[in-house]
Design a protein around this ligand. Structure first.
Ligand SMILES: [Zn+2]
Length: 326
């Protein structure tokens, strides 16, 4: 017995776990079946380099890729009452929460951050589909209120990335109450004359589609994202008709006037900043990196006298284009 549990079982386990390592380095594209190397996939922001299939991306990864230099500050979100209904299905709700928190290393299904994109300050909120299906509960409601409040406070636009299966059933009516609540938060931005831009990602359905995800001044979607209120099967059964191909997908919705844009993930940052600056009556963004203006005056006194002529020679050509632009 001892020999089996102490030697045989660990050996078998280690053989299996060794096989799992290379699997983690490669991800199979659900659409075209191509094996994608993890680093390549990360660089492409989880978009298949073969067929452009947009895979899920966590809010943290998205913000790191989107904000200038990957720098952003999290906006604090008030924590709501835990498990107000003492909900239990196969598992207790607090246990499900703990499991999701452990899996994602996040508090709940939405992350709010402030930072700059192409040097334009914004507030961004992103929903995490890997956290209990991105479901909208009280925390998500609090997050949107926090994001809108912070945006009004700083006079910044709000960009929201939605991804959700709908309301969180474990919070019952309290999660449904987030629909009017978040609508009021969006109204706050409108009253402050600040842009509210929604980027719908795969999938955005249910109560989320029925509230804040469809209230943007500009509605953008990632390619081939499923966007809808009720599922296609339910609709088909209700109306007794076969639905057209591509129904509830980004491109179909764009064609039928439900969306303004369908944008590839790699182009999103540029498109967002262009739209934001246009809406806020700001000059177009500066995409390239200009030399830092503080560089020359700070360096000159710091360097010893011998090397002083060198930075001066460098400074002249740097200063010239700046003057021309003005
Ligand atoms: Zn693919």
């Amino acid at each position: 017995m001892n020999w089996i549990s102490n030697y045989v079982r660990p050996t078998i386990n280690s053989l299996f776990s060794r096989r799992e390592v290379p699997e983690n380095l490669w991800t199979k594209c659900d659409e075209c079946g191509t094996m994608l190397f993890h680093r390549e996939l990360h660089d492409a922001q989880n978009v298949c380099t073969n067929c452009n299939h947009h895979m899920a991306i966590t809010p943290r990864e998205r913000f790191t890729a989107m904000f200038d230099g990957g720098i952003f500050t999290e906006v604090p979100v008030a924590s709501p009452l835990a498990d107000p209904l003492h909900f239990r299905d196969q598992k207790k709700y607090p246990d499900r929460m703990k499991a999701a928190q452990k899996k994602t290393a996040e508090t709940d299904a939405m992350l709010v951050a402030e930072g700059e994109i192409f040097r334009t300050p914004i507030i961004a909120a992103a929903q995490d589909f890997s956290f209990m299906g991105g479901s909208m509960g009280m925390y998500v409601g609090n997050a949107i209120v926090a994001a809108a409040t912070r945006a009004v406070e700083l006079g910044r636009p709000l960009v929201l990335f939605s991804a959700a299966g709908g309301a969180r059933m474990q919070e019952g009516i309290l999660s449904l109450m987030q629909m009017p609540r978040t609508t009021v938060a969006v109204e706050m931005l409108r009253e402050a004359n600040l842009p509210y831009i929604v980027v719908l990602t795969h999938p955005t359905t249910g109560g989320v589609t029925a509230s804040y995800a469809m209230l943007g001044d500009v509605q953008i979607a990632e390619p081939n994202a499923l966007i809808g209120f009720a599922g296609a099967r339910v609709i088909e059964q209700t109306i007794g008709e076969k639905l057209p191909e591509g129904f509830q997908r980004s491109e179909y919705l764009l064609e039928h006037g439900m969306l303004d844009r369908v944008t590839h993930r790699k182009d999103l940052k540029e498109e967002l900043v262009t739209i934001i600056r246009m809406m806020m009556h700001l000059p177009p963004p500066i995409a390239g990196d200009l030399p830092a203006p503080a560089e020359t005056p700070a360096e000159a006194p710091a360097t010893p006298a011998q090397s002083a002529p060198k930075p001066k020679a460098e400074a002249k050509p740097k200063a010239a284009p700046k003057g021309k632009k003005k």
